[in-house]
Design a protein around this ligand. Structure first.
Ligand SMILES: Cc1cc2nc3c(=O)[nH]c(=O)nc-3n(C[C@H](O)[C@H](O)[C@H](O)COP(=O)(O)OP(=O)(O)OC[C@H]3O[C@@H](n4cnc5c(N)ncnc54)[C@H](O)[C@@H]3O)c2cc1C
Ligand code: FES
Ligand code: FES
Length: 494
């Protein structure tokens, strides 16, 4: 073996209840939920929707982050078993300690927070991740941790109360420090022996290369392969569309693709960074995007999914794109050794058509850091539910004003209004050079009719979409001129 070369493994190993566990050969598109229920007979993890929506299948996956353990709630129904290699898995059965209930479970019992119980294991696991990560979480943090869990019969008040009370039972529960030390030791040893994965079974394969070079070779060898990041879209192709995906190539082990860096005025987020980590970094620089962060899917989906996947998928209702478009984000594409960079708006050509060659992939997204020219930024998501819902319309606004309150630059973009996430060029032109006031905004609202001819679908009618798109611009004016207080909904769920 040459220096720097890593081995290739043909099986996966992860920690389960303190023991290293190696599954027997399995189909590369096997979901974690199916493996748990059908092979390990761990039936505590339930199947509800099989599409990441209800949280009945929530498990906790732990890995190392800067030397300490990070616990993440994930949806086992759309998580692929193969992606567990080198990590630790906790299911609801993992929490048992003889006949003693875990503090999370005891709190749920004492608060009468379970009725039919089907959703309960998922709630237990979301709260367990919070319990492990965060001593004494606030009610808002508890609510955010439960954003991916639906309960249809008990009601959320007792469940939230259980989240507050679970810490009170900690002293009566055996100390877990030894188990955590063992976990850190094992995960550290594994991290020090990186390896690529090549799993083959029944004519299907799963590859997880460790370097950009190996990734390029694989993409050339398997031009029809499906690139896999967090699987929050791809997982549904398997569970709902029953698509045949003969070759999956995962980005998750590629060195460097999990990095967030700031350099020369840019925030750079690489392709395998989770949505949750990406949004935390973005909101640290642009606090007005906090509501977008909190309302994007749910915590388990943001823990698994990536910003790169959202951009690459390029759905017309993808929520990150309007904000990235108005911020002037750029993406770096890579094919083999060759890279090219383009503004995000140049990436989307038409519905489901992108400027992406065969074998090319999104390596990173680059977002300008705030500077003196940064204007008034807002993003509004319109959907029926606060969290875990698809947008009918998502709008982002970013204008700059001169000393006389005239618009020097307007960047306005919408999702849900066209076949691609798109800037509203007529609306922008109508505002440019105008006073930032009602009369110019009224004209700009009218101009939106030249930018978009939205569709009617099950989420909203075309008329509703157009009216909402116009009214969001008015809302933006009123908020930024102090005519109305911010109507952000963040925090109301607590
Ligand atoms: C329950 C649920 C709720 C959701 N809510 C929202 C929401 O509120 N807002 C929203 O916008 N989306 C939402 N989504 C969609 C999804 O979570 C996002 O699109 C996510 O960002 C996809 O990222 P991923 O890493 O999971 O992509 P994957 O599923 O791994 O891949 C998605 C697609 O992109 C390709 N791909 C992935 N990474 C790259 C790359 N680096 N280069 C080139 N191609 C790549 C894959 O081949 C695939 O075609 C939701 C999904 C679910 C299941
Ligand atoms: S079964 Fe509903 S989220 Fe997984
Ligand atoms: S207790 Fe029945 S769905 Fe939650």
């Amino acid at each position: 073996m040459n220096a720097g070369e890593v081995t290739v493994k043909h099986s996966i190993t992860f920690m389960l209840d303190g023991q290293a566990h190696t599954p027997p050969p399995f189909a590369p598109d096997t979901t974690l939920l199916n493996y748990l229920r059908e092979h390990l007979y761990r039936k505590g993890t339930k199947e509800g929707c099989a599409e990441g929506d209800c949280g009945a299948c929530t498990v906790v996956v732990a890995d190392l982050q800067h030397g300490s353990v990070r616990y993440r709630a994930l949806n086992a129904c759309i998580q692929l078993l193969a992606t567990l290699d080198g990590k630790a898995l906790f299911t609801v059965e993992s929490l048992q300690h003889g006949k003693q209930l875990h503090p999370v479970q005891q709190a749920l019992v004492d608060c009468h927070a379970s009725q039919c119980g089907f959703c309960t294991p998922g709630f237990v696991m979301s709260l367990f991740a919070l319990y492990q990560n965060q001593p004494n979480a606030s009610r808002l943090q508890i609510s955010q941790a439960l954003s991916g869990n639906l309960c249809r019969c008990t009601g959320y008040r007792p469940i939230l109360e259980a989240g507050e009370r679970m810490y009170e039972y900690a002293h009566a529960f055996p100390n877990d420090d030894l188990a955590e030390t063992t976990l850190i030791t094992t995960l550290t040893q594994w991290a020090q022996q990186p390896h690529s994965l090549l799993l083959e079974h029944d004519g299907k394969r799963f590859c997880a290369p460790t370097s950009l070079g190996k990734l390029a070779i694989l993409l050339e060898r398997y031009p029809d392969a499906t690139l896999l990041a967090g699987a929050t879209d791809v997982g549904l192709w398997i569970t709902k569309q029953h698509r045949d995906l003969p070759t999956l190539i995962s980005l998750n082990k590629v060195a460097g693709l999990d990095q967030i860096t700031t350099h020369a005025g840019w925030l750079e987020i690489a392709a395998a960074v989770s949505l949750e980590a990406a949004f935390q970094a973005i909101v640290a620089h642009y606090p007005s995007l906090r509501e977008l962060h909190e309302r994007f899917a749910s915590l388990p989906i943001r823990n698994a999914g990536t910003l790169g996947g959202n951009i690459a998928n390029g759905s017309p209702i993808g929520d990150s794109m309007p904000a990235l478009l108005v911020l002037g984000a750029r993406i770096r594409l890579r094919k083999g050794d060759a890279t090219r960079e383009l503004p995000l708006e140049a990436f989307y050509l038409a519905y489901q058509q992108k400027d992406l060659a065969a074998g090319e992939f999104v390596e990173a997204v680059r977002i300008p850091l705030p500077n003196a020219a940064t204007g008034l930024l807002r993003c509004y998501k319109i959907s029926k539910r606060f969290e875990q819902d698809i947008s009918a319309v998502c709008a982002a606004f970013h204008i700059q004003l001169d000393a006389k309150e005239r618009v020097t630059e307007a960047r306005i973009a919408y999702g849900g209004m066209a076949g691609i996430p798109k800037r509203a060029s007529h609306c922008e032109a109508a505002l440019s050079g105008q006073a930032w006031e009602q009369a110019s905004v009224t004209a700009a609202m009218k101009a939106l009719e030249h930018d978009f001819q939205p569709l009617t679908d099950m989420r909203a009618s075309a008329t509703y979409r157009m009216n909402v798109a116009k009214n969001l611009l008015l809302k933006y004016l009123l908020e930024t001129t102090g005519e109305s207080v911010s109507l952000y909904a963040t925090g109301v769920q607590a």
